[in-house]
Design a binder for this molecule. Sequence first.
Ligand code: FMN
Length: 423
Amino acid sequence: MNDLAALLARQLQRELPRLPSIARARMTDAGRASRWGTIAELREGARRALPRMIFDFVDGAAGDEVTAGANERDLRAIRLRPRMLVDVSDVTLSTSVLGRQIAVPLLGAPMGLCGLLHPRGEIALARALHAVGSIYVLGAMASHSMEAVSEQTQGPLWFQMYLWRDRGLVAELLARSANCGHEALVLTVDVPRAAARDRDRRNGFGFPPRLSARTLAEGAMHPRWASRFARDPRIEFANVAGRDGGGVDPVSASTYINSQFDPTVTWNDLAWFREQWRGPIVVKGVLDVEDARSAVRVGAEAICVSNHGGRQLDHAPSTISVLAPIVDAVSGEAEVYLDGGIRRGSDVVKALALGARACLAGRPLAYGLGAAGESGARRAVQILVDELANTLALAGMPSVGGLDASDVILPGSGSQGSANRLV
Ligand SMILES: Cc1cc2nc3c(=O)[nH]c(=O)nc-3n(C[C@H](O)[C@H](O)[C@H](O)COP(=O)(O)O)c2cc1C
């Protein structure tokens, strides 16, 4: 016992001069972020830092959240087929998307209203992706205007748009996007109407967030978030704020945006977008081989296999389960990306092995942003990149470009190869 006390005393003596900096590190975003080592830990950090209503807006999904769960579960169920005694002293993570070289095969998925998590919102997320040499996809429903994001960031951006009813508004946004130098247009096709998200309904989450006694109590329990929010309440869709019919106040703007989702749109309408946008088009939200072929037919250069993170149609298949046939169907005609459920670097390896050129991450970035602002977002990206490099080295796979279906073992099959079925 005495020995133990002496040991502790010696340790304390050594650490005493460092205590102020340790304490400081725990008080700052950068210090807190450095202590989280996995996306699951960042998620927990976000859960603690954010009012429940905001955390659930990010973490939740449609219906019973079956599809959201399947995205993660089906990725986890795939095994890697490691090879030993391969020279992995140099692990290559770089690739290209739509002709642009990127240092890592991971992009930032578009997410609306990230300013609810932290006032720096999409600006912080874009900077986190740029810090690792990749691309951020800015959503039309962002809480910062595209001009502000361009001014305050220095790397490549893509712009995500919906097939809104008001084509005048869409044309105007596309012209602004081209002016901002966005390198590709991502058209999200899985929102003919907004899905029912039960957590949001139960929490009374709406736009703008209503101040009820419960909201105030939640704010008091999350003072850091509340003081930031009070100083800079980012509750508007900045790209359309002040627009005719949209009004400048958040209530009429959100009513306006909700009325914009157009259930009449079909594949034929994509021709109009093709005429409006000179650069490459990515169709996001494809889960079916025939739809992938339709996207190519209307002139898309790339497809993002996505179910909106399970936030639209519940009971849709997980994205990894439909990836390989879609890659086969459009092979040589369009690049294919995947999002949904990427929580580990090994998930990226699996998606790339099954034919994706790159992955997009949504919630991991949002957790980081909510937990510790830009430092947290950077941490989220770095965690995934470090895990990716580690996985490749340990599996004897020295380059993301060399991955193929023989590098994974699908569930239910004892052997590797594309003959295996996932579902
Ligand atoms: C809070 C939040 C907001 C989102 N907003 C949009 C959006 O405005 N447009 C869009 O195309 N997708 C949106 N998504 C879907 C993401 O782009 C992406 O498809 C999804 O998050 C990927 O799944 P993951 O969160 O498991 O990585 C959103 C996702 C989240 C979590």
